[in-house]
Every structure is written in structure tokens, then in C-alpha cells.
Design a protein around this ligand. Structure first.
Ligand SMILES: [Zn+2]
Length: 452
């Protein structure tokens, strides 16, 4: 008798375990079936690296990509195909489409009862403007680099271009090319790239100086074209003579910013670079930005001075730096960027604010200084009828080649709260090269935002 009841108990226990397992499965099924069905490589929804379902459009509904079992068809316009390649990916997976993979579950048309009922049902509407991307790609005019523009209040990216690119409908012989025109072509530069910032980094040193040096506004500096720091010369591009901090930022005086960096010290410069997000990466829509780096060191004051000027070993990521421009314009805090605005019935983008990078007071003072840069140096006429704040940079890279041109800033406007960054590799002066590009792209973005 005792033998039997023990057996019954074992059976009961086993039955209980099976039921519990079923329950766990059911709960997981309800919550995760969609992502199971869309797992990368699933032959039902993938062909090689690419999702075989769904349509991608720009913010206005312009077709960028349509996928089904027979493959991918891209936009009709060649320039638009090139200008969006790094976001949509190619047919062969040389450039992956992380944005699509990240939202695969919402794109494949899956429900719990019917399973995979329709393989091309999802329409992904990006926040991106096809016109802004095309304009940016054209403005880069065959040079390598990137342009990014986003709304720092909502997070919507309007422009995100990486060059060089290629036409996915007419794939060139990249491996066989020795001209250098396709160097790094598979890299989505604004997201995965890092660059020596050049003088746009003076904004980080400026933020530290504004908060740490009480007498900054009453000081007068002197630039004789060169100063000695740590026993070695730090050269300025000009002889600025007697100069205030405000003028030193506008004229991008290396002597003043080298001296400020040396005075502030490596810990302070490194600390501000970290607090302002330079060394962090951002994640959104399947994209993860490369982290920049800042390793100023007190043991070599000359290197420290150049670090504060943006030359030494400093590295920034363009998209991250764009969010810092947004934070400066927006009282210290900007939205996390996003690219996917909506997948009707499945997904709706929400605004996520990044942690505050700056105090409101410091952000407002930097914004005012950057607007002064445009008004006194870059020329307000380049940005008709809007208030723009900016900083240019010219990052010396390899001796014998032209410098990388950099330019970053924002529009301070209730209707057009846009932050931007542009990098053009081996192109020369940051302001000369980048202002026409940014000016043209911002005009298109303004038109886009003005549309109902
Ligand atoms: Zn100077």
C-alpha cells in the first residue's frame, strides 16, 4: 500500500512539472513568440542577411525599400539609394540593415493565433527625410565623411548620411579598386566612426572653463601666435593679440584654449569629456554609436594643451556629438536620437530624454557663445532667417594631407529645434568646407518640418 501511494506521488509530481513547464512556455509564447518567429536567419523571414518582408519609407512616405521573397527593390533615384545605403543595407550583407533587423518582429506580420500570416505586411516609416539625405550626399560631392541632423526635442533624425557609398542596384568592384574612393565604404561613419574633433572640441574645454574658473569673463588673454606650454610651442593659426574668452572661442584661438586646458588639468578635462557623453555610446533602433575617447594626462602639459584644443588623441563620434549640440541648445538635456518613427499597428516611436549633459546655466552660456560665433565669424547670412549657433574645427591628421573639416551646432528655434554635425575628411578648413553643406541641408530640413 505504502509502495503504491509513493508511486502516485511521483506521478503527481511529474504531472505537476509538465503543467508548470507548459505554463512557462505559454507565458513565454505570449510575450516572445514574435521575436522567436523573427529570429535572425529564420528561413521564413530572412533571405541571407536580409528580412524578406516589409516596406521602408521616409518621413513623407517616399519609398526607400521594398522586400519580399523575391528580394529587395530600392528607391528609384540613384542618389537616394546611395544616400540611404548605410541604413537599409545592401543585398549581400556587406552592409547590414540593423535598423530593419531590430524591428523585424514588428515587420513580419505575425500574430499569436495565425503565426506568420503575411510576409510583407509591415511598413516602416523612418523619421528620415529622403530630400535631406540626398542633398547631404550631393553636397559631400564625392568626398568622404558624414552629415547628421536631428530634432533635439523629439529625437527624430532627419538626415544621416555616410560617404563613400555605392549603388546597391549597380554594385561596383570594390575589392578590385585601388583608387581609394571606396576606403571604409562599408562603415556607417556617423554611427560607427570616430574622428579627431579638431576645434569643435573647444566647446568641452569651454564648458569646463565656464564652470571652474570664476574670473573667466573678466580675464584678458594674449595671443602672440604661439605660446610655450610644457617647454614646447603651441601654435595658433593667427596672431590674435589681446583677446577675451568670448572672442577666443569665436576666433578659435589655440593659445587661449591650450592655456585653459593646462590650467584646468587633465582630470577636469577628462571628467568633462565623460560628463558630456564623449566617451559614451548611444543605442537606438539597432544602431550603437562608437564611443569616443579622451585620455588627457598631466604628465605632458603640451599634450594636455592639444587635448583641450581637440587635436591630441581625442576622438569623438559624430552622432553622439550631435546630441551634445542638442543639449547645449536645449538647456542641458537633449533627446536620444531615433530613426524609426512608426510601423502602423505595431510600433510608435517615443521621445526618450538623455541624462542632462550640462547645467541649464552652462548650456545657456555656451549656446549664447556659439550663436556669437556665427554672428561674428561664420556669418549669419549663411543661415537666413534662423538663429544658429556653431563651432568649426580643422583636425590635422596626416602630414601632407588636407585636414579633416568638422562643423557642429544647432538651430535655436521653437519650430525647428535641430542639431547638426558634419565631417569631411581631408578637405581643409572646417568652416569653409562644412558651412555650405550644413546650410543647404538645414534649408531642406526646415522645409520638411514646415510641412503639415
Ligand atoms: Zn590665437
Amino acid at each position: 500500500m505504502r509502495h503504491v501511494s509513493r508511486r502516485a506521488a511521483v506521478v503527481l509530481l511529474l504531472a505537476g512539472l509538465v503543467l508548470a513547464g507548459l505554463l512557462v512556455f505559454l507565458i513565454q509564447y505570449v510575450f516572445q513568440a514574435k521575436s522567436w518567429a523573427a529570429f535572425p536567419g529564420s528561413p521564413h523571414v530572412y533571405r541571407g542577411n536580409n528580412l524578406t518582408a516589409g516596406t521602408v519609407t521616409d518621413r513623407g512616405g517616399e519609398l526607400l525599400l521594398r522586400s519580399d521573397e523575391s528580394g529587395r527593390s530600392y528607391a528609384a533615384d540613384e542618389t537616394l539609394r546611395k544616400a540611404t545605403l548605410h541604413l537599409l543595407g545592401d543585398r549581400y550583407g556587406y552592409i547590414p540593415s540593423n535598423v530593419l533587423s531590430d524591428h523585424a518582429a514588428d515587420m513580419i506580420g505575425f500574430d499569436l493565433v495565425q503565426g506568420l500570416y503575411h510576409s510583407s505586411s509591415g511598413t516602416m516609416q523612418l523619421s528620415l527625410s529622403a530630400a535631406a539625405n540626398t542633398t547631404a550626399y550631393q553636397q559631400l560631392a564625392g568626398r568622404h565623411g558624414c552629415v547628421a541632423v536631428y530634432n533635439y526635442r523629439t529625437g527624430e533624425i532627419l538626415c544621416l548620411v555616410s560617404a563613400p557609398s555605392y549603388d546597391p542596384d549597380n554594385m561596383p568592384d570594390i575589392e578590385g579598386d585601388s583608387s581609394g574612393q571606396y576606403d571604409g565604404v562599408y562603415v556607417n561613419r556617423p554611427v560607427a566612426g570616430t574622428y579627431t574633433p579638431g576645434s569643435i572640441f573647444k566647446l568641452v574645454t569651454a564648458a569646463a572653463a565656464l564652470e571652474q574658473l570664476d574670473d573667466l569673463d573678466t580675464r584678458t588673454f594674449y595671443c602672440g601666435g604661439v605660446t610655450e606650454i610644457g617647454g614646447k610651442p603651441v601654435h595658433c593659426l593667427n596672431v590674435h593679440g589681446s583677446i577675451t574668452f568670448r572672442e577666443a572661442l569665436a576666433k578659435s584661438c589655440n593659445v587661449v584654449f591650450g592655456q585653459l586646458a593646462a590650467e584646468l588639468g587633465a582630470d577636469t578635462i577628462n571628467g568633462y569629456a565623460a560628463a558630456l557623453g564623449i566617451t559614451q555610446s548611444l543605442s537606438f533602433d539597432g544602431l550603437r554609436t562608437a564611443a569616443g575617447s579622451m585620455q588627457a594626462d598631466d604628465s605632458d602639459p603640451w599634450e594636455l594643451a592639444w587635448a583641450g584644443i581637440g587635436q591630441s588623441t581625442d576622438l569623438i563620434n559624430p552622432v553622439q556629438y550631435m546630441t551634445l549640440m542638442g543639449a547645449i541648445a536645449n538647456g542641458g538635456q537633449a533627446a536620444l536620437p531615433y530613426l524609426v518613427a512608426e510601423i502602423p499597428g505595431q510600433y510608435q516611436a517615443e521621445t526618450t530624454m538623455l541624462p542632462a549633459a550640462l547645467s541649464q546655466q552652462t548650456a545657456d552660456r555656451l549656446a549664447e557663445l556659439m550663436i556669437n560665433n556665427v554672428q561674428t565669424v561664420y556669418g549669419s547670412w549663411n543661415f537666413p532667417s534662423v538663429t544658429v549657433g556653431a563651432k568649426s574645427g580643422t583636425a590635422e591628421q596626416d602630414p601632407g594631407r588636407l585636414a579633416n573639416a568638422t562643423f557642429a551646432g544647432f538651430m535655436q528655434d521653437e519650430n525647428y529645434p535641430l542639431a547638426f554635425v558634419a565631417v569631411v575628411e581631408h578637405a581643409g578648413s572646417g568652416s569653409e568646407v562644412c558651412i555650405p553643406i550644413i546650410s543647404a541641408v538645414l534649408q531642406v530640413c526646415i522645409q520638411q518640418l514646415a510641412q503639415p
